[in-house]
Each structure stands twice: as structure tokens, then as C-alpha cells.
Ligand binder design. Structure first.
Ligand code: MSP
Length: 500
């Protein structure tokens, strides 16, 4: 059995989750579900990032204790993930005792190896990013991402000697050209490293909402330095060596493009300093934009995923988010586009195929399904589509996988329109056409199940099958020719409602 671990960034808990966060988490969920379907042993990790100035500031504004704020907001993330049917295996909070312990062990190891030293930190800081900027990067004194005024800071802190890892990172990047995707992000991070690395300040003395430094209790860790360590905390770093060695070598981090430097430059160097390998893969995606602007917690353009689930339905929302905004580039998020795609892809293409097939089986075959044929004219097209979908799934391109499945759906609708079984007399011809269409619906259900888990089960139920998708041999099940018929098909309300 292969192992597969997928992670999301851990989200700041200064406010509620929006569709941008759901975008990353949903991708992680569909990758995890795909690997479970493949029979892999899966560990899907998400969680919340709860320390730092940004959270302390939000708590102060609300007049509450930071721990009380994080307890409430962290739960809001969990609630939304439950509503989106996100099946994570672990939800880590950086205020968890296990994380605090792992951070102390990890950083102590680096400190003892001589990679942490004391120095003075001076620069410009954005509290929303929890990141510092140079004069050249700032836009007239404002943060280039949040457009918020950058604070001038000067403190005596501990520094991580990132500069000492320049050569090792260059070697690692040269030997692992696919470790960051897309290639543009790999190139960006690699150029950044080659242009020369500076040591980074990793502790703070001006506030105390953080994990205290084990060798100097007057300082707490800088939130980013500590947060990155969550990935290994949850996998059992220094606490469960068999889980750690099983999953860490097969771990994929999903991240938004604004946090590339932390994950692709700092994090591999931190791993090297602590004596572990960097993660096996980092997949970087762009932003969901609303009228050209990044959807953000601090902006006025955030959209609550729960509201969209209420309006479109769970599987519809999951499909629309994955298909409408392919993993990689920025993409504009619009309600009109969701509606259009819902009506065309779901209500018209897939919903219509299912209801047509069920209706004809009822009117011409007494409601009992015929068997599929072994030499259907659909067979080759379906096999090609399955191959394309599997390839796309394995390349972390779920929107392309869905595209391949929808080509199969459209092809089958054309097939029905060509032969018009509803006009034929009951008999062998109708039986073959309906059996083959039911076989397509069976295969479609399996292939869409990572994205649309409840619709997939419902489709299988309606075509009279009791397949437990948690326990299938995928390679066996996906082959053409398994729909044996002879079972009642079920008439029901339309699978997907049209949105007016
Ligand atoms: N806490 C850090 C991450 C630490 S990981 C060790 C952080 N948190 S965040 O709450 O700001 O969320 C960041 C992640 O949310 C992004 O990297 C991205 O994955 C996702 N997104 C937030 N807004 C988004 C969009 N508008 N569009 C797509 N993804 C977005 O950074």
C-alpha cells in the first residue's frame, strides 16, 4: 500500500473562512479522496495558525483574550469544513500542546547545531501578512498585498542562518526540478535563492502571544517560523517515528502563491537544519479574484462558502469551485459564472443524461436495467476518457479530470440523441443502448466521486447499484463491461436543480 499525505496551509484565525480558503482545502480534500479511491493510505492535514501579532491585535480589538478568540474562530473553520464534507484526518492548532512540544524540539535541534544566533532586526513589517518587506518591495510605504501601512521595527532577536543553506538549496533545486509546481513558481523560488539569501529574524521580544523560545524565555517565536513546523508536528516528529517515516517522504503541501517564499525557501532550509528531508512536493496555486482583486479576510469582497452551499447544494458547490478555477493560475470568481456552469454542466449535461436513461428504462424496459454490451460504440471513447481522467488526477489537475469525464457525458448524450431509444420498440436494440448508457453512468460516478461524493453515491443508487466506493479495487471497477443489469432503476427528483 502506498502512503500519501496532503496538507493545506494552516489558516489565520483573525476572522472567518471565505471561499479562497475553501479553494485550497477543497483541493486537498479531492486529492485525498482520489488517493483513498486508489487504495493508498492517506493522511490529510489541515488546521489553524493561532499565534502572532495579527491574532493578538484582532483579540485586542474585540476585547477578548487571544486564546478565547482562537477557540471560537478555529471552530468556525471546522464548522465550514464539515459543511463542505471535507474529510481531514487531523486538524492541528498551533496552540495545541503537541505543537508547542514539537516546535521546541525542532528549534532546539537547530539551535544546538549552531544555525541560530542573536542579532538586531530592523525593517518594515506588515502585520496582515506577518511578513517583512524591503523599501523596494513596499508601495509608497504600504504592503503590496494588503495595502496597509508597513510598521518600522527594530528589535534584538534570534536569527536563523538561512544564508548558510544557499548552496544546499541550489543543489536540492537542481536535483529536484519537479519538487515545486507549476514550473514558473519553481523558477521564481530558485532565482530568489540564487540571488543570495539573508539570515532571517525568527523570534520577537515585543509581545508574548507565541511559543516561548526554549533557551531564552524573554522571546517568543516569530509566527511563520513556528507555523511551518506544524506539518511535521502532526506527522509525529519526535513523537511517533513510524507515522513520521511512513508519511513524511510522501507529503504534498498545497499553498497559495503569496506564501511561496516561506514554504519553498525557508521551510526546506529549516528541514535541512533539523536533519530531515524537505517535503516531497509543493503545489502552488493562484488567487480567486473578485473583480480583479484578491478575495481576502480584510477586504470587503469575501464570500462565505456556507452561503454558496445553501444556494447551489454541496456537490454542486464542490464541482463548481474545482472545475471553474483550475489549480494554478489566478481566476475570477463570479456568481454569474457559477450559475451558468451549474445549469449547463450539471443540470443539462449530467443531470439530463441520468434522468433520460432512467425514464427510458422505465418506459421501455419495465424499470429493470439491461446489461451493457461488450462491443459498444461508446467503449473506446469511454476508455480514452478514463485514461485522460486518471492521468489528470495523478497530475493534480482535477479540473482537467472533470473535463475528460464531461466529454464522456456529452458523448453519451449525443449517442442517445442519435439513436433516440425513446422512439424505438422494446427489444435488443433498446436494451443495448440503455445498458451501455448505464455503464457510462456507473463509470462517471466512480470518476467524479472525489469531487462529488454524495452525488456519486446517489447516482449509483439510482442505477440500482450498491457499490461501496470506500472499498473498491479501482483498476478492476473502472474497466468497461461491469454493468450487469437486471436491477430496478430508481426514478427520483432531478439530481441537480437549475438556478434561475
Ligand atoms: N497562516 C498562514 C499560513 C501558514 S502555513 C504554515 C496564512 N494563512 S491565511 O489564513 O492567510 O491563509 C492562507 C491561504 O489561504 C493561502 O495560502 C491560500 O492557500 C488560501 N487563500 C486565501 N485567500 C485566497 C484567495 N483569494 N484565493 C485562493 N486562495 C486563497 O497565510
Amino acid at each position: 500500500m502506498k502512503s500519501f499525505c496532503v496538507t493545506t496551509p494552516i489558516y489565520y484565525v483573525n476572522d472567518a473562512p471565505h471561499v479562497g480558503h475553501a479553494y485550497t482545502t477543497l483541493h486537498a480534500d479531492v486529492f485525498a479522496r482520489w488517493h483513498r479511491l486508489m487504495g493508498d493510505e492517506v493522511f490529510f492535514l489541515t488546521g489553524t495558525d493561532e499565534h502572532g501579532l495579527k491574532i493578538a491585535e484582532a483579540a485586542e480589538k474585540q476585547g477578548v483574550d487571544p486564546q478565547a478568540l482562537t477557540d471560537v474562530t478555529s471552530q468556525r473553520f471546522k464548522d465550514v469544513w464539515a459543511k463542505l464534507l471535507i474529510q481531514y484526518d487531523d486538524f492541528i492548532r498551533t496552540t495545541d500542546e503537541r505543537h508547542i512540544k514539537a516546535v521546541k524540539a525542532f528549534t532546539k535541534k537547530i539551535y544546538d547545531s549552531g544555525y541560530i544566533v542573536k542579532d538586531t532586526w530592523e525593517g518594515l513589517y506588515c502585520i496582515s501578512c506577518e511578513s517583512n518587506y524591503t523599501e523596494a518591495e513596499s508601495e509608497n510605504g504600504l504592503c503590496p498585498i494588503h495595502k496597509r501601512k508597513l510598521e518600522s521595527v527594530k528589535e534584538d532577536n534570534y536569527f536563523f542562518k538561512l544564508s548558510e543553506f544557499e548552496d544546499r538549496l541550489i543543489k536540492y533545486y537542481s536535483e529536484n526540478p519537479k519538487w515545486i509546481e507549476p514550473e514558473t513558481k519553481y523558477n521564481e523560488a530558485f532565482s530568489f535563492i540564487k540571488s543570495g539569501l539573508k539570515d532571517i529574524s525568527i523570534t520577537r521580544s515585543s509581545f508574548d502571544w507565541g511559543i516561548s523560545v526554549p533557551w531564552d524565555e524573554t522571546q517568543v517565536f516569530y509566527v511563520w517560523f513556528e507555523a511551518l513546523i506544524n506539518y511535521v508536528t502532526a506527522l509525529g516528529y519526535e513523537s511517533d517515528s513510524s507515522r513520521f517515516s511512513n508519511f513524511w517522504p510522501n507529503t504534498v503541501h498545497l499553498i497559495g502563491k503569496e506564501i511561496t517564499r516561506f514554504h519553498c525557501v525557508w521551510w526546506p532550509a529549516m528541514c535541512m537544519a533539523a536533519g530531515i528531508d524537505p517535503p516531497s512536493k509543493i503545489l502552488v496555486h493562484g488567487w480567486l479574484l473578485v473583480k480583479g482583486e484578491k478575495m481576502s479576510k480584510s477586504g470587503l469582497n469575501k464570500i462565505d462558502p456556507s452561503e454558496l452551499v445553501d444556494e447551489f447544494g454541496l456537490d454542486q458547490f464542490r464541482y463548481l469551485l474545482i472545475k471553474g478555477s483550475p489549480f494554478g493560475p489566478d481566476s475570477e470568481f463570479s456568481y454569474e459564472e457559477l450559475k451558468r456552469r451549474n445549469n449547463s454542466d450539471l443540470a443539462n449535461n449530467l443531470g439530463n443524461l441520468l434522468s433520460r436513461v432512467v425514464a427510458v428504462v422505465h418506459s421501455k424496459c419495465d424499470g429493470i436495467s439491461p446489461k451493457c454490451s461488450s462491443d459498444s460504440e461508446l467503449k473506446q471513447d469511454v476508455e480514452d476518457a478514463v485514461e485522460a481522467a486518471v492521468l489528470s488526477w495523478n497530475n493534480f489537475a482535477p479540473a482537467d479530470a472533470l473535463e475528460a469525464v464531461w466529454n464522456m457525458i456529452k458523448r453519451t448524450n449525443f449517442y442517445l440523441e442519435k439513436y433516440e431509444p425513446w422512439k424505438l420498440e422494446p427489444g435488443d436494440r433498446i436494451n443495448a443502448i440503455m445498458g451501455d448508457s448505464l455503464e457510462v453512468l456507473r463509470i462517471v460516478s466512480i470518476l467524479i466521486s472525489p469531487v462529488m461524493p454524495t452525488a456519486a453515491c446517489d447516482m449509483l443508487r439510482r442505477i440500482g447499484l450498491k457499490i461501496d466506493l470506500k472499498n473498491v479495487d479501482f483498476n478492476e471497477e473502472i474497466r468497461w463491461g461491469q454493468y450487469l443489469g437486471g436491477v430496478p432503476v430508481i426514478k427520483d427528483v432531478p439530481l441537480f436543480a437549475r438556478i434561475k
